[in-house]
Design a binder for this molecule. Structure first.
Ligand code: PCD
Ligand code: CU1
Length: 809
């Protein structure tokens, strides 16, 4: 093998390694309609299963008559809780340690709950079958408000009380009321209260982070195929955590885990919606076992919006204290968390409210106390999702609103208030009052860069002029400057404190180098659009010196991929990305020995250089990684096994803490409530950047989802528990029309403990974006006496705010 004479720079460029805006390798497939999604899977004799769902939010089921349904042509079976009970499958464990009905067991707890599963020859026959199932309901009192639920005599879940009606302990400790799920605390209560009670300035506010839904393009679904001859179950599905699903299916079905193969094919967006386990999975598996045929289940849009993992629904009450000149001294946060009918959050076991205790944000707050009450209501379960499965979005919204409210209280500029309270660069690693150890950060640099980029002073001057003009009757438009500075916590996580259902949250990578110098790497994560096939190959290219274009990345097949906990919580880069680098280093270590043998020098006398090992001090003597790969299969090297493979299971020593500084400039028409986003500047620091173009795509997507949530998107319920926003007619999805031109920027503060210094980025723009859009709306009205108003800031609500402030004359 000859090495053409090219420069070192060209050799680096050829690898398309880290830092390169390599084009996404998956897109040729996607843009040409060659994606392979769950609904594309078509197997011989495949049946279709679909649910009879409850029209009521809370009702007793007095009878289910399936006779007429079974007469419908094409309908083969109708499953109810009665059929699943003998198998012990009418209830299933949730990822939060609660139990969830697979099919309604005597009562329903939310509108859209799964009542019966109709199995038919096709989708249409299943729909006809659903119509023919007769269910008799006896309506019960509906509890939609978590505060009322905590006062009510109505027992939502019979399994929460003993025979005397006394509340029993739940998965996360004692219950104070039968509709109470858990109370979770962090920090020091008494010292915090003392500090706040004796402070010079205290600001208080209550805010509601409304219930919403990630609404991925592809809904949830699966295909279950039980091969009775060899006892193997194959389950394709929209799973963000395929290995965890395999373990859960094994535990609840009793099928040995080696006989279960879970495959996540292409996924059309996950956003946390596809982390949990849904009744559809269990019913499809049972139906396949019963009928001996493959069974497909795919949600329609309404099913997806109404019943699968929602996000947020947090009532947050805060108190923040400071000195007169704005140094924050204490923070208290109380949350009432509405979990719906079952606690199906996908948080690590020890964190029933996720990482809500990151709510001291980017600020050096000496004392803090957080308390979260989880409550059952008659709404759909979930609460795990939407560009932060672990409640960091709520935490950042909370602190970034509290800062704004404190700035009002202090009559101070909110940018300045942030600056004087930021954790300083030299304080990292920084241990926050609520327990987390932030790995690295340089907040002042990022903030100054952001404010300079938007000409903050100029914007404030323009705003002051606008207010004057408005008061003088010269304009009916106000200007809002939205600020947010966020610190994320991603990469769950150290196995010592993060597990889901007892499974430690490590992740993995296995690499095989082929003789001709190309490779395949398999990971325990699964892309849903993030571009892992592109970016993880880049990590390897830099680590092992083979071109990214010669490396296949494969995820999502539990028969071939090493065990891992999947993709959510921006954990892939911090955990599986680290495993990839570590496995690459193992390859390199063996390659070094092979190179030394081939070059007839001692192991220590060769060093790695881009794509080869070079004899120290003799750069003309080298072996390329390609040559080494071939030698690994072709030479008998004493003391070295043939082949070139490695695997790494990586347990991160800490989370990573990406951060960012966002500014939004918005004009608001006071008479219509219509918003116009004039500018949006987003600076993200995710440590070492693997692929700048992918990062930019992630930021654009996350900001657009943030815009949606802040400005209109909501899963709203009426008093009866009817979902008012169950279709895309009522549920706001932003389009190119609403989306501004985002200006992206970055600083780079590597993670000190991650092998390549990278932190996650996928969640960040959402986490930082929502408060930024919301703060822009609220800032526009600050001069007219507004302290806080709840999201979503749709035109109607903004109009109302203006009206309440007396701005309509
Ligand atoms: N430094 C850095 C970082 C990162 N990166 C890139 O970026 C991405 C991302 O990453 P991350 O952050 O690590 O993350 P992941 O894990 O991968 O993912 C996850 C996320 O992701 C995001 N994004 C996205 N995109 C798309 N397209 N789709 C989807 O679905 C989605 N989702 C969302 C969500 S929601 Mo959850 O689940 O709620 O928790 S979480 C989440 C990838 O590719 C990577 O590689 C780079 O480059 N660099
Ligand atoms: Cu998160």
């Amino acid at each position: 093998m000859k090495d053409e004479v090219i420069t070192r720079e060209e050799r680096v460029a050829n690898l398309k390694g880290m830092g390169c805006s390599r084009k996404r390798v998956e897109d040729a497939r996607f843009t040409q309609g060659k994606g392979n999604y769950v609904d594309d899977i078509k197997l011989d004799g495949m049946l279709f299963g679909d649910f009879v769902r409850s029209p009521y939010a809370h009702a007793k089921i007095t009878n289910i008559d399936t006779a007429a349904a079974l007469e419908v042509p094409g309908v083969l079976a109708v499953l109810t809780a009665k059929d699943l009970e003998p198998l012990g499958l009418h209830w299933m464990p949730t990822l939060a340690g609660d139990k969830q009905m697979v099919l309604a067991d005597g009562k329903v707890l939310f509108q859209g709950q799964e009542v019966a599963f109709v199995v038919a020859e096709d989708r249409y026959a299943a729909a006809d079958g659903i119509e023919a199932v007769e269910v008799e309901y006896e309506e019960l009192e509906v509890l939609i408000d978590p505060f009322k639920s905590m006062q009510s005599d109505v027992v939502l879940r019979e399994d929460t009380v003993d025979e005397n009606g006394k509340p029993m302990d739940g998965a996360h400790g004692p219950r104070t009321h039968h509709n109470h799920i858990f109370t979770w605390e962090a920090g020091d209560k008494d010292p915090t209260f003392e500090v706040i009670d004796s402070a010079e300035v205290v600001a208080e506010e209550t805010m509601y982070y409304h219930r919403t839904h990630p609404c991925p393009l592809e809904t949830c679904g699966c295909v279950a195929s039980m091969d009775k001859v060899n006892g193997k179950l194959t389950l394709w599905g929209t799973f963000q955590a395929p290995h965890a699903i395999r373990t859960v299916v094994s535990l609840i079905s009793g099928i040995e885990e080696h006989n279960i193969r879970v495959i996540s094919p292409d996924i059309g967006g996950g956003f946390g919606n596809k982390v949990g386990a849904y009744p559809g999975y269990v019913c499809s598996v049972v139906a396949s076992i019963v009928t001996g045929k493959p069974v497909k289940w795919i949600e329609d849009r309404m099913d997806n919006l109404m019943t699968t993992a929602f996000a947020r629904d947090y009532w947050m009450k805060g108190r923040i204290s400071a000195t007169k000149d704005g140094k924050i001294t204490g923070l208290h946060c109380h949350v009432t968390a509405d979990h719906g009918g079952f606690d199906a959050c996908a948080d690590p076991t020890k964190f029933p409210a996720g990482f809500m205790n990151i709510c001291t944000g980017s600020y050096d707050i000496p004392t803090a106390y957080l308390e979260v009450d989880g409550v059952y209501t008659n709404k759909a379960p979930g609460g795990v999702s939407y560009r932060c499965s672990f409640r960091v979005t709520e935490a950042v919204y909370f602190i970034e609103r509290m800062i704004e409210v404190l700035a009002i209280e202090l009559n101070m500029d909110a940018a300045e208030l942030r600056r004087i309270n930021f954790i300083k660069k030299e304080q990292f690693p920084y241990t926050a009052a609520l327990g987390w150890e932030y790995d690295s950060g340089d907040y002042h640099t990022a903030w100054d860069k952001a404010l300079k980029a938007v000409d903050y002073e100029g914007l404030r001057a323009e705003q002051a002029q606008r207010i004057e003009d408005f008061k003088a009757g010269k304009t009916r438009s106000l200007m809002g400057i939205g600020l947010s500075f966020f610190t994320e916590i991603v990469g769950a996580g150290p196995v010592k404190n993060c597990d889901i259902l007892g499974l430690g949250m490590f992740d993995s990578c296995e690499i095989r180098i082929h003789p001709t110098g190309s490779a395949i790497a398999r990971l325990g994560t699964i892309s849903q659009g993030q571009g892992h096939a592109t970016t993880f190959a880049q990590i390897l290219a830099s680590e092992i010196g083979l071109p990214a274009d010669s490396i296949t990345i494969e995820e999502g097949d539990t028969d071939t991929a090493p065990y891992g906990l999947g993709t959510y919580g921006s954990r892939s880069t911090p955990v599986a990305g680290a495993a990839t680098a570590m496995a690459g280093r193992k390859i390199r270590a063996k390659a070094q020995m092979i190179a030394a043998y081939l070059l007839e020098v001692h192991d220590d006398d060769v060093e790695f250089d881009v794509d080869r090992f070079v004899v120290k001090g003799a750069p003309e003597r080298f072996k390329t990684m390609k040559e080494i790969a071939f030698a690994a299969y072709n030479q008998a090297i004493p003391g070295i096994e043939p082949g070139l493979e490695a695997v790494s299971y990586y347990d991160p020593p800490n989370m990573t803490y990406p951060f960012g500084a966002y500014v939004c400039v918005m004009d608001i028409d006071v008479d219509t409530g219509v918003t116009d986003i004039r500018r949006f500047y987003a600076l993200d620091d995710c440590g070492t950047r693997i692929n700048p173009m992918v990062i930019e795509g992630q930021v654009h997507g996350g900001l657009t989802e943030a815009l949606a949530v802040a400005l209109g998107q909501e899963i709203a319920y009426d008093e009866m528990g009817n979902v008012k926003t169950g279709t895309l007619m009522d549920f706001f999805l932003p389009t190119a029309w609403e989306v501004p031109n985002y200006e992206t920027d970055h600083t780079v503060t590597p993670s000190p403990h991650h092998p390549i210094g990278a932190k996650g980025v996928g969640e960040s723009p959402h986490v930082g974006g929502v408060p930024c859009f919301s703060n822009a709306v609220q800032d526009a009205f600050r001069a007219f006496g507004l302290r806080h108003t709840n999201m979503p800031h749709d035109h109607w609500r903004i109009w109302k705010t203006a009206n309440e402030l007396g701005l309509h004359g």
